[in-house]
Design a protein around this ligand. Structure first.
Ligand code: UFG
Length: 344
């Protein structure tokens, strides 16, 4: 059987992808050092799928330990590489940690893939590589220029994309798919897995659901004086389960020999931009909960507005993100309620 190595498979997007892979019949081995995730996620995956994925506690920067995984699992045919540090603010404070973790893990992985003749890689990139696209590039497609990163985290995504392209050039058997995510939100419909932020959430949705659950006094909206219809920032929020399914499509496309280029790049978004205030209003409508919030100043480094042109993924990958946003927000709320034992 075909086995997929999923690094960071205990994390938020990783765990949802493991579920989709296993439901499509793939065997999975997860490599994760649990630095920002909880081993109990494996119970959630098992409860959903009815099988437990193999798991090895390994840091992807550890060449010897990762080599052992490839030696043990000789049936690995592809790798999906999620494992990375991802807090934008922390990356500004601790750039070396980010450059080390995020680039060294990819380099180690690519070296071992070459060594063990594993030729298919899916890489988690981000729309952060586009920065604030110029107006003529909104919605943003894959041909839009990449801009100077606003944080070391963002820079590692850009550097890693380049590392993959250079390695593919040097190693003709390697095929890679670079997936540029817009803003993943929501949780599995079972409410058995979801996002588990450490401490005070940085991202909008976990802060929204924690506020609705009473864990936070109020949500702060970072700025209402942007050049957008209601003054708050606009993002392309994509359901994490839709996003997870794109990974299965990407790996299937490469394994089936359908990839037209050695490195293919896809934007993964809905094609629709929503403002922070629209998210708040919709969340209140679908959950019936009042969400206390105040408008505060802009957050440093925030991009005003970005949303995807996902047509390449729609046509070439045969994938689209079509779960309606009310359903997505409800899934996030059901997950928060599950975590906090909140009854309706
Ligand atoms: N926001 C608030 N209040 C909060 C949190 C967020 O108003 O408490 C706003 C932000 O200002 C932004 C929007 O909600 O306008 C979304 O913010 P997130 O932090 O959820 O997402 P970002 O778009 O800032 O960042 C995300 C990922 C990064 C990635 C980036 C790529 O978290 O990892 O997208 O564009 F780099």
């Amino acid at each position: 059987m075909n086995r997929i190595l999923v690094t960071g498979g205990v994390g938020y997007i990783g765990s949802h992808t493991v579920v989709e892979l296993m439901q499509q019949g793939y065997d999975v081995v997860i490599v994760d050092n649990l630095s920002n995730s909880n081993i109990q996620v494996l119970d959630g995956i098992e409860a959903i799928v009815g099988r437990r994925p193999d798991f090895v506690n390994v840091d992807c920067c550890d060449y010897v330990a990762l080599d052992n995984v490839f030696r043990t699992y000789t049936d690995i045919v592809g790798v999906i590489h999620f494992a990375a540090s991802k807090a934008v603010g922390e990356s500004v404070e601790r750039p070396l940690l980010y450059y080390r973790n995020n680039t060294l893990s990819l380099i180690t992985l690519l070296a071992l893939m070459q060594e063990h003749k594993v030729n298919h890689l899916v890489f988690s990139s981000s729309c952060t590589v586009y920065g604030q696209p110029d107006p003529e590039h909104l919605p943003v497609d894959e041909t839009a220029p990449r801009k100077k990163a606003l944080s070391p985290y963002g820079n590692t995504k850009r550097i890693n994309e380049d590392i993959i392209c250079d390695q593919a050039h040097a190693c003709p058997s390697l095929h890679a798919t670079i997936l540029r995510y817009f803003n993943p939100i929501g949780a599995h419909p079972s409410a058995l897995i979801g996002e588990l932020p450490n401490g005070v959430p940085n991202n909008l949705l976990p802060f929204v659901t924690q506020t609705a659950a009473g864990l936070r006094k109020e949500l702060r909206v970072f700025g209402n004086d942007y050049n957008t219809p209601d003054g708050s920032c606009i993002r392309d929020y994509i359901y994490v389960v839709d996003l997870a399914k794109a990974h299965v499509k990407a790996i299937q496309r490469m394994l089936g020999g359908q990839a037209e280029e050695q490195v293919e790049i896809f934007n993964l978004g809905t094609g629709r931009g929503l403002s922070v205030l629209e998210i708040i209003r919709t969340f209140e409508q679908v959950t019936g909960r009042k969400l206390p919030y105040t408008i505060v100043g802009r957050r440093e480094g925030d991009i005003e507005q970005v949303w995807a042109d996902p047509r390449k993924a729609n046509t070439v990958l045969g994938w689209s993100a079509d779960t309606p946003i009310p359903e997505v927000l409800l899934s996030a709320w059901r997950w928060e309620k599950h975590l906090r034992n909140i009854e309706d």
